[in-house]
Structure formats: C-alpha cells, structure tokens
Design a protein around this ligand. Structure first.
Ligand code: HEC
Length: 95
C-alpha cells in the first residue's frame, strides 16, 4: 500500500512537471512585440505560467502590469504599451 502511494505521488509529480513544460512552451507565448519584455520583467518572482493561469480581462491586465511594476517588475517605459497589449491579446478572457 505504501509503495503504491509513493508510485502514485511520483507519477503525479512527473505529470505536473510535464504540464509546466507545456505551459512554458513557445506556443503559449507567441513571438510578438512585448514577449521579450514579459519574459524579462515578469518571470523574476513567478513563472510565466502565471499568465496562462490568470483569469483576467483586458482591463485587469492593465491594472496587473501597474500592480507588478509597483512590486518591482523592471518594465522599461518604452516597452510598457507593447507589454500590456501582448498580455491582453494572448491572455485576456475577453480578447
Ligand atoms: C517583484 C516580484 C514580481 C514581479 C517582478 C512580477 N510579479 Fe506578478 N506577482 C507577484 C506577487 C507577489 C504576486 C501575488 C502572489 C502570487 O499570486 O503569486 C503576483 C501575482 C501575479 C498575477 C496573478 C494576479 C491575479 O490577480 O490573478 C499575475 C497575472 C502576475 N503576477 C503577472 C505579472 C506580470 C505580467 C509581471 C510583469 C509585468 C509580473 N507579474 C511581475 C510578484 C511579482
């Protein structure tokens, strides 16, 4: 019984790892303006998978970017518009 539990736990771990890999794959993050800024500024405290899991409207995304800048995300001013648009285009629930 104990061994079986351990095997199940190990399988679950591997499965989670695979999911993270898929979430972080190229396809989820198309190479458009704003992508590099996101990968640079938004993956320092949490993984880019956060963008995929987030359940946010366009308006929420704009707010989140300013919120994250307030927390210390290093977004250059000239990248700001592209970054917000990138997040809205790819991850907004009302896109
Ligand atoms: C200085 C650290 C830091 C940086 C840099 C950062 N974040 Fe966050 N982020 C956090 C923390 C802390 C939370 C709240 C705790 C959590 O959900 O993990 C959070 C939560 C989030 C959430 C979930 C919010 C929700 O309401 O569902 C999203 C989406 C997000 N961040 C996106 C971004 C984006 C986009 C950037 C780049 C502009 C970014 N983060 C950069 C620290 C950071």
């Amino acid at each position: 019984m104990k061994i079986r539990t351990a095997v199940t736990a190990a399988a679950a771990l591997i499965w989670c790892g695979a999911l993270v890999q898929i979430a972080a794959s190229q396809e989820s993050f198309p190479d458009e303006p704003g992508r590099d800024a996101m990968m640079l500024a938004c993956t320092q405290c949490h993984s880019p998978g956060k963008m995929i899991l987030a359940d946010l409207t366009k308006e929420d995304w704009e707010f989140v970017v300013y919120d994250m800048i307030g927390r210390g995300a290093p977004v250059h001013e000239e990248d700001l518009a592209d970054l917000v648009k990138y997040l809205q285009d790819n991850f907004a629930t009302d896109k």
